[in-house]
Design a protein around this ligand. Structure first.
Ligand code: PSU
Ligand code: MN
Length: 312
């Protein structure tokens, strides 16, 4: 495992707490920042960012929220830096491909799943919690929008705990792509792939695990087998009681997709646009479901990180 004693690219800055935990082999959970800056409305976003870090701590692990500030990839943020991510106007959304430009041009930005996975793995962090992965957008035959999240997970040794992929996407197509790209997917106490705001997407999964220890065992098997450095996706559904009403979800999502087409929203802007439309169109109910999902994922990620550090 990489520790602070080993050289780390100068463009990466580990907080003292994260560096210390990694050096001791203590559990660390990476958290992404795009969900804070582009996925959740202010001022709730800062409260949530703080709460998620607390949740990781309560579960006995060290949180490492990741973002790029003035060109420096920061692994672990202090309170002031977290506030910057939550409130700075015009903060960029950075996928993996944006990292070199942001570093060279001293830009600041929140990191998506692709950029966060890369930076976390680079820093020696193995477990990462988010809400929902990016994936294949609907209407892919017209516009080939597939999130860079998928490509990065196909070549990064990281475990990402998520509530599936965002339901604004083409979920079956995304599952196909994860299969093609060799990304291991396991349901956490479920046989059905979660639907982000919804408990289930209706799609079946091939593997089901019941415990954090089983996730850690899969991670050890990944390493023992060798081969391409692929990720493990642990798909953990939002509890039924906290999911968004499926009928409301379907109705508002159809409106949101139509609005995005009408307003010609494409590229990086499409996901934040749809998530924001859902929040407003459901009177905030989608936000509560999204938060319930992220909270659950964060707890499971901390448990997996604990099991991983105990036995590796
Ligand atoms: N999960 C959430 N909200 C979000 C995201 C994930 O609950 O906003 C972010 C992640 O950073 C993910 C990104 O990588 O959305 C996907 O964006 P795109 O479709 O442009 O790749
Ligand atoms: Mn995209």
């Amino acid at each position: 495992m990489r520790t602070t004693q080993q050289p780390i690219a100068p463009a990466l800055r580990l907080s003292q707490e994260v560096a210390g935990a990694l050096a001791q082999g203590s559990p660390v959970v990476a958290l992404e920042s795009t969900i804070i800056s582009h996925g959740l409305p202010q001022p709730r976003n800062l409260e949530v960012a703080t709460e998620l870090e607390e949740t990781v701590r309560e579960c006995g692990a060290v949180p490492a929220t990741i973002a790029v500030l003035d060109g420096v990839a920061c692994i672990g943020l202090d309170a002031g830096e977290l506030k910057r991510v939550a409130t700075e106007p015009g903060l960029r959304k950075l996928g993996f491909r944006d990292l070199p430009a942001a570093a060279a041009l001293r830009a600041s930005g929140a990191t998506t799943v692709s950029a966060t996975s890369f930076l976390a793995a680079r820093a020696g962090i193995r477990v990462f919690a988010t809400g929902g992965l990016g994936g294949v957008h609907r209407g892919w035959t017209d516009c080939q929008d597939e999130s860079a999240d998928i490509d990065m997970l196909s070549r990064t040794r990281i475990t990402v705990v998520c509530a599936g992929v965002k339901s604004i996407l083409d979920v079956p197509a995304t599952l196909q792509r994860l299969e093609t790209r060799g990304v291991t997917v396991a349901g956490f106490r479920t046989d059905e792939f979660p639907g982000f705001y919804l408990h289930t997407s209706g799609e079946r999964m091939d593997w089901r695990i019941e415990t954090a220890d089983e996730a850690a065992a899969i991670m050890r098997a990944q390493d023992a087998l060798g081969g391409p450095e692929t990720a493990l996706v642990v798909a953990n559904p939002v509890p039924l009681a906290e999911q968004l009403d499926p009928a409301l979800h379907d109705r508002v999502l159809a409106e949101a997709l139509a609005a995005a087409e009408r307003e010609k929203i494409t590229g990086q802007a499409i996901t934040p646009f749809l998530l924001d439309y859902l929040v407003r169109g459901t009177g905030g109910a989608s936000l509560e479901a999204n938060l319930a999902a992220v909270r659950g994922n964060t707890r499971i990620a901390a448990q997996i990180a604990a099991s991983w550090s105990k036995e590796s």
